[in-house]
Design a protein around this ligand. Sequence first.
Ligand code: ATP
Length: 580
Amino acid sequence: MKFSKLAQYYEKLEATSGRLELVDILSKLFTESDSAEIGKICYLIQGRVAPFFEPVEIGMAEMTIAQAVGRAFNKDKDSVIKLYRQKGNFGLAAAQLAQQAKSNKQKEKLSVSEVFEEILKIAKFSGEGTVEKKVSNLADLLKKLDPTSVKHVVNIPLGTLRLGIGDPTVLDALSMAKCGDKSLRPVLENAYNKTSDLGYVAEAFFKHGGKGIKEIKLVMGKPVRPALAERLPNADEAVKRLGSEFAAEPKFDGFRVAVHKNGDKVELFSRNLEDTTHAFPDIVNGVLSEVKAKSAIIEGEAIAYNPATQEFLPFQETTKRRRKYKIEEMAQKLPLIMFAFDLLYLNGKDITERPYKERRKLLESIIKKDNKVVKLAEERVLHTANEIKKFFDEAVSAGLEGLMLKKLDSPYVAGGRGFHWIKFKRSQAGELTDTVDCVLLGVYSGRGKRTEFGVGGLLVGVYDKLRDEFVTISRIGTGLTDEEFREVNKIAQHLKLSRKPARVNSKIGPSFWVEPKVVLEVYADEITKSPIHTAGEKDGIGYALRFPRLVKFREADRRPEDATTVSEVEKMYKQQYRKK
Ligand code: ATP
């Protein structure tokens, strides 16, 4: 496919206001693509040239882009910037200059693959003279493109290509493209949950069809979307679900780490599948010296630990390790221990289909009792509600968050919240059994004292997984410190949009909308019904949070689609009155 054709699709996608239309346009685009380019197209429509977990960031600042645009179309940097300020968008400014500079040469020749490779090359420049190389290569590329292509290509290195296309939308469209309906979405989703790589899944799908991707296995270096736990109101309910024998492990309050060990190479991924290898050299070294396997994918929870007093440290301490600077110094000061709780892959084999108890045995065979950094999470096989309560109290008094109960015969279910895992957390003071992870959707401008922060309140939503939409659940005005109000304002300004994003369903309008990207952990007294909000809306009534307070920003470990879902809210609503 010619890139100019893809650019026409970008135009259509950009003008689209509904999710169904997005799927429709994308599926047409996919129908016109072949197996050699479909993977690349899947990355490009999300403004990328690699799956999101690969740290390939083209990351060019506005000034550098202005230089490249100027060089491509014979303008100085300042006049490019001036035009950009007028237009409010770099793509539009660049497209206008491309139009003016249009020579008689045919400029619609480059293929999608050629443009992709060129951008990838620009992304990979490193070392001395990087900026100049990026500028000159981007300028050369822009010169060869038609104005519409220029408009969209420029937004890729800037990170401002905002078509609002989520991964589930792409999966639906892939199924539509090949079989005219969404029937293959579950198989595609399963393949995606195992590899997290849309391009890889799309290419395998185009090459081997639905049957081929059914067989997709875990791939070393591609993060697995994590299995997640369900909530239940009490231990008796849990026993009803789990039967007469089940496993219980402490729920450590740190952060999830997925270790991919392939010989001497170790990669770490966070809960939201970011590559965090460089942030935790102590865990990497621990894995290399302590894990007895040629290759393995291990999941565990990393938590700061005081070896002198043998105390687990609270989450606020552990999270200090998430910073990007002074990594070695922090690793010395605040060493982490990883408590391994699952094994997904061992010595070349995907073992996710095997029952938990077998995986646990294999995990025990590669992690020794006297390990210092990578330790086994304690596991007890329990039978009754009383045993659960006892272990829960023990875990909480040891400074842990609660318990995870696990079905002994269940496979590892990538990317799913299910009753194979049940979590019991130390109860917060109020009625709800858990906090709600909300997505920031819009901002109300500040009045009075808050004028100075720019933000007076937030419109937040949850994720409707069935419709792949963000729906509103609350307006939040409290729980933020002055500093947080300022921070929200900074983030919001960066994500500000001129109109409601395509995948947001709302009955109310904030002062301005933002790209759904930031996840906030919100604590509320109760979930109530409300005619204002669209979360779980039936006959005009949706769910709302009563007395919501911001607990913390979760941007570091959550993507918007990882926010609490409508069906979880529904369950929490039902459960809140059943607690003893
Ligand atoms: P939370 O905010 O409660 O951690 P979550 O949405 O991240 O919730 P859940 O499915 O609710 O995820 O709980 C599982 C999380 O608990 C895992 O992501 C992991 O980080 C953590 N965890 C701690 N100890 C364990 C354990 N023994 N087994 C599995 N997960 C554990």
